[in-house]
Ligand binder design. Structure first.
Ligand code: ADP
Length: 282
């Protein structure tokens, strides 16, 4: 299965989230097989990240969005955790601070975009400004309506500057969300994750659906595609995201840069001398 194409939202298309199966997995795919494939993919991702870092010309931005308990944290841990931390930045976007709120909505996001050679992962993102802000009417409608265009321009700027952008919506259904909240209540190690906000957002499920569908339709572009990932099964979610990231990195045709010095000269001038010195020393 070509995961990239299978789950990509085509530009201008409005997916109907109510009919997207959050439980989906290919019939013949078993968890065990998926896990060993994930291990392979993670190794490849590490190699590619190393080349991206060495090349130091381009970058990658991964945006993670989803409802509460959709698995954004778990995705970061399982898919991006194994990368070299030197080349990865993870940034979580919460309710804007006073300083952030005194600037335009993209200001805080632009500061967190990846530098050359880096991968940045956004846990929530500038899309909150057309999600929670819209659903709770935190600004007037004309303000958030203009933001889709601002976002597309912003992402175009990043893409033109050498950033590969991938945006993942982790799709869980209502039952799965409730089950995960229940786990947060019942399992001691998960207690810390539960908040009032989790339950108080649930009545807005349909409003969020509407807001997500709108942003997919308006902001899934060739340069910065959205992917709707079936995420009830965590192992399948991790596999699909890893497949898509690796596919996108392969497409970048990354290559190690040529050495900035004449290797032959260094070999002759320094390495031989150092070797001779070493044999005299012993
Ligand atoms: P998590 O991402 O793990 O749920 P929190 O429980 O701290 O972390 O939730 C962060 C909260 O910040 C979310 O409810 C989210 O909607 C909110 N938030 C993020 N960006 C904005 C924004 N631009 N305006 C208002 N609220 C925001």
């Amino acid at each position: 299965m070509d995961y990239y194409e299978e789950f990509r939202v085509q530009p201008g298309v409005r997916p109907d989230l109510d009919v997207v199966n959050a439980n989906f997995k290919p019939e013949d795919l078993r968890k065990k097989k998926a896990k060993s494939r994930l291990e392979e993919l993670l190794l490849r991702m590490q190699e590619l990240q190393n080349i991206l870092y060495a090349e130091n010309r381009r970058s990658m931005l991964v945006v993670l969005q989803g409802r509460d308990a959709a698995g954004k944290d778990g995705t970061i841990r399982h898919v991006f955790g194994p990368l070299n931390p030197q080349g990865v930045r993870v940034r979580s976007f919460k309710v804007p601070s006073k300083l952030e709120a005194s600037h335009d909505f993209l200001w805080r996001c632009h500061q967190a975009t990846p530098a050359r050679g880096e991968i940045a992962v956004f846990n929530r993102s500038h899309y909150e400004d057309v999600l929670v802000v819209r659903v709770h009417q935190l600004v007037e409608e004309w303000v958030w309506r203009r933001r889709y265009e601002h976002i597309n321009n912003f992402e175009k700027l990043l893409a033109d500057s050498g950033t590969t952008i991938l945006k993942f919506y982790l799709h869980i259904d209502r039952e799965e969300q409730l089950q995960r909240f229940r786990d947060r209540l019942m399992i001691p190690e998960k207690n810390w994750k539960i908040s009032d906000a989790d339950y108080s957002e649930r009545p807005y499920w349909d409003e969020y659906t509407e807001a997500f569908q709108d942003l997919f339709e308006k902001c899934s572009t060739e340069d910065a595609p959205w992917f709707v990932i079936p995420a009830n099964r965590k192992w399948f979610r991790n596999l699909v995201i890893a497949e898509i990231v690796v596919q996108a990195m392969e497409k970048m045709q990354l290559s190690y840069p040529a050495p900035s010095v004449d290797l032959e000269e260094i070999r002759k001038k320094y390495h031989e001398a150092a070797r001779v010195e070493e044999t005299q020393r012993s």
